[in-house]
Design a protein around this ligand. Structure first.
Ligand code: ADP
Ligand code: MG
Length: 400
């Protein structure tokens, strides 16, 4: 894997200013934070830098203010949550560059922490304007990026700054990069990928990349319907992108050429209506779906076979639920396969990495999130990484 500096490369920082990019794009309701996961993810880095004596300046975006000051999108809305998680007082600075930041740095003592305003209030942020990056860098001595979730964007605070100051990966960035490398960079083989979710069209690049990387590609969710239909299966009223039949054939051909075995479900859980435990619920072979039925989950026999596939693998990367898991009993396949993967991970025979908004929710629902080797909460950045794309925020940290 590419080399990058980490906090291990830093000694005493007394009096030095660390500009630290974190993810504070927290979910809010009625002015209060509803989930502080992202703050907890950044806390080890912030506290470690503080303990080394640095004056820590936090940089983050919040919402989409599009280059304007929008008071309802001030990062100061998160400060209570940040202080609560850190157990320390945090000073708010309503700028990201210039004399106000410089004065604040003068007031801060070694180890103190300040939260700078929403980086996206400045137009230069999303344009990765070198002038803005220079102005931000002028108030710092080192740059630490701990926001993997924003690393797919080449912005001033995620990319530009890394070229202007000695740049380091924070602890959560470091953990994410190590986990992703173990899953797809230099994985122990055989490798299995589970790709599910609603639509093939949203994950075309993921599928195209994965067939060249993994030994087993397990396709579930609504996207399996599209593949089954491409193979001539009548999927009834299932969610299905019939127009992508040729694309599916190309992906299957590419898999064949790279020696990747593609697993499509051969039985399914179907119903006539999308509701919890509907009267029309039944399990059948995928060739027996009626014209007025929808495939809403992978069937139990297929799940058993997939669990056997996982037993032969040493690495698993998972994005997308196998069924419409929000509604019972269409969570069954996802929960069962997740539990198999979790058990193998706990035994130490499988390295399992998962990511994606609904995937994380599904794994939490299955109660196995702690047993997976690593769960990425990075969303868009995780998907771009699964597509094999280079992430500018990560690239900028890499050492030659
Ligand atoms: P992620 O957020 O983890 O990347 P996606 O957003 O791609 O995952 O997919 C999740 C959605 O796919 C869920 O809302 C789930 O209900 C839906 N889904 C999965 N299987 C089916 C299916 N057979 N029919 C309809 N929707 C499905
Ligand atoms: Mg989703």
């Amino acid at each position: 894997m590419a080399r990058f500096r980490t906090l291990d490369d830093l000694g005493d920082l007394t009096g030095k200013v660390a500009l630290v990019r974190v993810d504070l794009n927290l979910p809010m309701q009625d002015g209060s934070v509803t989930d502080d996961t992202r703050v907890r993810a950044a806390a080890p880095t912030i506290l470690e830098l503080s303990a080394k004596g640095a004056k820590v300046l936090l940089l983050a975006h919040f919402g989409r203010p599009k280059g304007e000051r929008v008071s309802t999108m001030s990062v100061s809305m998160t400060i209570d949550a940040v202080q609560a998680v850190l157990g320390k007082e945090v000073m708010f600075v309503p700028e990201i560059a210039g004399p106000v930041v410089a004065q604040s740095v003068g007031i801060l003592r070694p180890g103190d922490i300040a939260l700078l305003e929403n980086t996206r209030f400045w137009k230069g942020e999303e344009k990765n304007d070198p002038e803005l990056a220079k102005a931000i860098a002028a108030n710092g001595d080192i740059y630490v990026n701990d926001a993997f979730s924003a690393a797919h964007r080449a912005h001033a605070s995620t990319e530009g700054l890394a070229h202007l100051l000695p740049a380091y990966a924070g602890r959560s960035m470091e953990a994410e990069l190590k986990a992703l490398d173990a899953a797809l960079g230099t994985p122990v083989r055989p490798v299995a990928a589970v790709v599910g979710g609603a639509k093939v069209s949203s994950k075309l690049d993921v599928l195209t990349h994965l067939v060249t990387q993994v030994d087993h590609l397990i396709i579930g969710g609504g996207m399996a319907n599209t593949f089954l239909a491409a193979r001539g299966v009548n999927v009834g009223k299932s969610l299905c992108e019939h127009e992508l039949a040729a694309t599916c054939e190309q992906i299957l051909d590419a898999a064949d050429k790279s020696g990747c075995t593609v697993h499509l479900p051969y039985d399914a859980v179907v119903a006539k209506e999308f509701a919890a435990n509907p009267a029309s619920l039944r399990t059948c072979n995928v060739h027996e779906v009626a014209a007025d039925e929808m495939i809403l989950d992978v069937g139990p026999q297929a799940v058993e076979a997939l669990a056997d596939v996982l037993k032969t693998c040493r690495t698993l990367v998972w994005n997308g639920p196998l069924g419409a898991f929000e509604i019972e009993p269409f969570d069954a396949a996802t929960v069962a396969l997740a539990r198999s993967a979790a058990a193998l991970s706990k035994e130490g025979v499988l390295t399992s990495v998962a990511g994606g908004g609904d995937t994380v929710a599904a794994l939490n629902h299955a109660g196995v999130a702690d047993d997976f080797t690593y769960i990425s909460t990075a969303g868009g950045a995780f998907l771009e990484w699964m597509e094999g794309k280079e992430l500018p925020g990560v690239k900028a940290l890499e050492l030659a």
